[in-house]
Write a protein that binds this ligand. Structure first.
Ligand SMILES: Cc1ncc(COP(=O)(O)O)c(C=O)c1O
Length: 378
């Protein structure tokens, strides 16, 4: 069937390899594989299915929302699923508990919801509560402040209801090893947990990918790898290959045509690319309507496979909705040739991390923004 000439190949072997890298970095820890936002744009069912065989008995999947969890449940019927946003309404709370999900309790508001819900049960049943109590240690996004933590912890413990309790927090700057906040958060996490009565037997979880590769002292009991599973680097200014990660998504398209632009002419919207000599300009069938970042400037590389060799060509002019243009000087390319926007192919790699740096963003965002016009191939 004809398609839009752009496709994303998802390499499930690379995904499993990357999970193994997380295990090697954090040996013996339980893994909570983060597959929210459609598995960072890779396709949640594909990713969950690929990871299932390499998850251990008490590992989990994590998503952000209850909606994501309910969708995932069809694929992952046996694995535990953590809902990191927790409930916002009584209805959501009921579905979380009845669905057997693990969920994050990060606010007094949610504790009140739980209190009311338990009251409505009037002790008729003893629900299993798999609650991850999220502590604010400096991120100041979701998490209980120190002054509320004790009350809520004591109350939760007093319920004596079955289920797992995990104490968790989240780093704000783990990707910048020099930043003082990552040290302060670790200290705060330890101090707050140590101040809680009877917390010794409770599992702890602090590290996402950056903590896994860079902060061994912060691995605790459960690690929560996200971006590293998809092969991109969790650390600022490095590529995934530095941590022996392999790209999972390879975004590809084709050369549509080659224009011979005259010296003195310009290319594309805004006429931002000036040809100071006669220049072959390749037009590639992918644009921001497919999720390629519009902010990628001239000079951002693509790889082209032409005449049995791999060539790097720089973007020339603005990315448009359905197309982008590249400078083909010295490259013997023809219409129909394959182009790699990020990922790996033909024995070469073009890291999404590198493209993200050109576009002033992070690989997370590049992956999440690939649109449904792109065909996914596993
Ligand atoms: C609470 C929490 N844990 C883990 C992760 C995974 O992070 P990363 O993709 O950097 O590994 C996220 C991602 O945003 C998160 O919010």
């Amino acid at each position: 069937m004809p398609d839009s000439h752009s496709w994303a190949h998802i390499d499930v072997e690379a995904l499993r390899h990357n999970l193994e890298r997380a295990r090697i970095s954090a040996p013996g820890r339980r893994v909570c594989a983060v597959i929210k936002a459609n598995a960072y744009g890779h396709g949640v069912h594909t990713v969950a299915k690929a990871l299932q065989p390499v998850l251990h008995g008490n590992d989990l999947f994590a998503v952000a929302t209850l909606h994501e969890a309910l969708t995932l449940r069809h694929t992952a019927s046996t694995e535990a699923i953590l809902v990191m946003r927790g409930p916002l309404t009584l209805e959501e709370l009921t579905l979380l508990v009845q669905g057997g999900f693990h969920w994050v309790l990060h606010s007094r508001y949610q504790a009140e919801l739980l209190k009311n819900w338990l009251k409505s049960l009037a002790g008729a049943v003893s629900p299993t509560l798999n609650i991850w109590l999220k502590i604010n240690t400096g991120m100041n996004r979701l998490g209980l402040p120190a002054e509320e933590l004790h009350d809520i912890w004591r109350w939760l413990q007093s319920l004596k209801l079955p289920g797992e309790r995990v104490l968790m927090s989240h780093f704000a700057t783990a990707d910048e090893p020099e930043h003082v906040l990552a040290h302060q958060q670790q200290t705060a996490f330890a101090e707050l947990i140590n101040s809680l009565p009877d917390a010794e037997h409770c599992s702890r979880s602090l590290s996402a990918s950056a903590g896994i590769v860079s902060w061994p002292q912060a691995h605790h009991d459960i690690v929560r790898p996200g971006i590293m599973l998809y092969g991109a680097s969790p650390m600022a200014d490095t590529d995934g290959s530095y941590y022996q990660l392999k790209p999972v998504m390879s975004l590809k398209s084709r050369l549509l045509t080659i224009n011979h632009v005259k010296a003195g002419d310009t290319v594309g919207y805004g006429a931002t690319y000036h040809c100071d000599q006669d220049t072959p300009i390749g037009v590639i069938g992918i644009g921001y309507g497919d999720g390629y970042p519009r902010h990628a400037p001239s000079g951002t590389p693509v790889l082209i496979y032409a005449h049995g060799e791999v060539w790097e060509a720089p973007l020339a002019g603005r990315v448009s909705m359905d197309m982008l243009t590249v400078d083909l000087r010295g490259i013997p390319a023809s219409p129909g040739d394959e182009v790699l926007l990020w990922g790996q192919s033909w024995g070469s790699e073009l890291p999404a991390d590198r493209i993200a740096r050109y576009a002033g963003t992070i690989a997370y965002e590049l992956f999440c923004q690939v649109t449904s016009r792109v065909r996914f191939i596993v």
